[in-house]
Design a protein around this ligand. Structure first.
Ligand SMILES: Cc1ncc(COP(=O)(O)O)c(C=O)c1O
Length: 389
């Protein structure tokens, strides 16, 4: 049995080959010529940012901390889309610097955010604005941010009020809409249906303004499984998605628009695999369990919060070959061993498990290491390893 110090610390290993595959997949199913951005909130590991710098067209960022990462690790001219409400704390000097190096796009989320956008323009910063639209999608979501009173987006009615009061100079700098489609659609094919709903809302916006637009940021929210074993994953087919999206745009009577997609989880989710060690177990209890050396705080914070249901991460291990003993389905807990730190399940042969046995969990590359709920259970950010292939 290994001593405590010889137990392997938990880590998430990322395969850059998968990051590449994900970029290529999205590029094949999204309309040709659309820009693909990477949303830093899913995973802001510097090596991942540097890797994407060469393969995507830009980044979606939401805070001054994320902008600082871009200035440190992105040396090429890229599109930067600023979204969310925390971006108003970005100093003007940082925005000026970013605009001198990149194409800066600002998502205007609320009337208050529009005031900040106007201030940026007054500082002569080269930026294009997009009104973030709040609309009801027709499909079922985990959660949907963008409801009428949400600070993430405005209904056509609110946008019309803003437009009626806006200075013509500021109005001119708004070139389209941001339509973040939601937290996660369950199938890629729901994208065109959602786009149709957004366009219905755009039709209620002042036609004179709509006639001048040239850009739609469709957002992210594309499907990605969490913590499910790779070979059980259902590959979502996106049959002729780009043709369908183009059809929806063509039928909309909008002026010609360029499209932006800013994906997070669909780009990094399946690229990260967790490896962790068994700290304790009890296979004889009425509900068998094992305890591992990482917890909700490090690998599943956002997953748990977003789904508001018991996590069902699927852990597995490399069972010794040739041993065919009965298996037990057990619960997997993080080191605090509380219901709050319950992570998921594993099917194991008790005879083959000891303290230090290595377990794995797939599809933990997005919103896991990044979502560490600082200080919760006193855990530090999980170790990350980038496996360049
Ligand atoms: C504005 C915006 N863009 C992009 C994303 C990335 O979404 P996803 O990881 O679902 O692709 C998010 C996630 O919350 C977001 O809020």
């Amino acid at each position: 049995m290994p001593s405590v110090n010889s137990i392997t610390g938990a880590y998430i290993e990322y395969k850059t080959e998968k990051l590449n595959d994900n970029v290529n997949y999205l590029r094949t199913v999204l309309p040709y010529n659309s820009q693909l951005l990477y949303s830093l909130k899913a995973n802001n590991n510097p090596e991942i940012i540097k890797f994407f710098c060469d393969t995507v067209d830009g980044f979606d960022i939401a805070s001054k901390e994320e902008l600082a990462l871009i200035s440190s690790y992105v040396g090429k001219k890229r599109t930067l889309c600023l979204t969310g409400n925390e971006k108003i704390s970005i100093p003007m000097s940082a925005l000026l610097d970013a605009a001198s190096k990149h194409n800066l796009i600002y998502s205007i989320e609320s009337p208050n955010d529009f005031l900040f956008f106007c201030k940026i323009i007054e500082h002569d910063i080269d930026v294009q604005g997009l009104f973030r639209l709040s609309y009801f999608p027709s499909v079922r979501y985990g959660i949907f941010n963008g409801l009428p009173d949400s600070p993430f987006g405005m209904t056509a009615e609110t946008i019309n009020t803003l437009l009626s009061r806006a200075h013509p100079g500021a109005k001119q700098r708004v070139v389209g809409f941001h339509l973040y489609i939601g937290s996660q659609i369950s199938d890629m094919n729901q994208l065109s249906e959602t786009l149709r709903c957004a366009i219905e809302e755009i039709k209620r916006v002042d036609p004179e303004f709509v006639a001048q637009i040239n850009m739609l940021n469709v957002g992210g929210g594309f499907p990605a499984p969490y913590g499910q074993k790779m070979n059980q994953q259902v590959i979502t087919s996106a049959f002729k998605l780009s043709e369908e999206l183009e059809k929806v745009i063509n039928e909309s009577n909008l002026p010609p628009v360029s499209l932006i997609f800013e994906s997070g989880r669909a780009l990094t989710g399946n690229a990260g695999r967790l490896s962790c060690s068994v700290l304790d177990y009890n296979f004889n209890s009425a509900s068998p369990y094992i305890v591992i050396n990482c917890g909700i705080a490090q690998i599943a914070g956002l997953y748990m919060l977003r789904r508001i249901k018991e996590p069902d991460l699927e852990f597995y291990y490399d069972a010794p070959k040739g041993i065919h003993t009965a298996t037990v389905r057990c619960r997997v807990y993080g080191p605090s061993c509380t219901a709050l730190d319950m992570l998921g399940y594993a099917t194991l042969s008790p005879d083959t498990i000891s303290i230090g046995t290595l377990l794995h969990c797939d599809n933990l590359g997005a919103y896991c290491s990044n979502a560490s709920l600082n200080g919760f259970h006193g855990k530090t950010k999980i170790r990350e390893i980038i496996n360049l292939e």
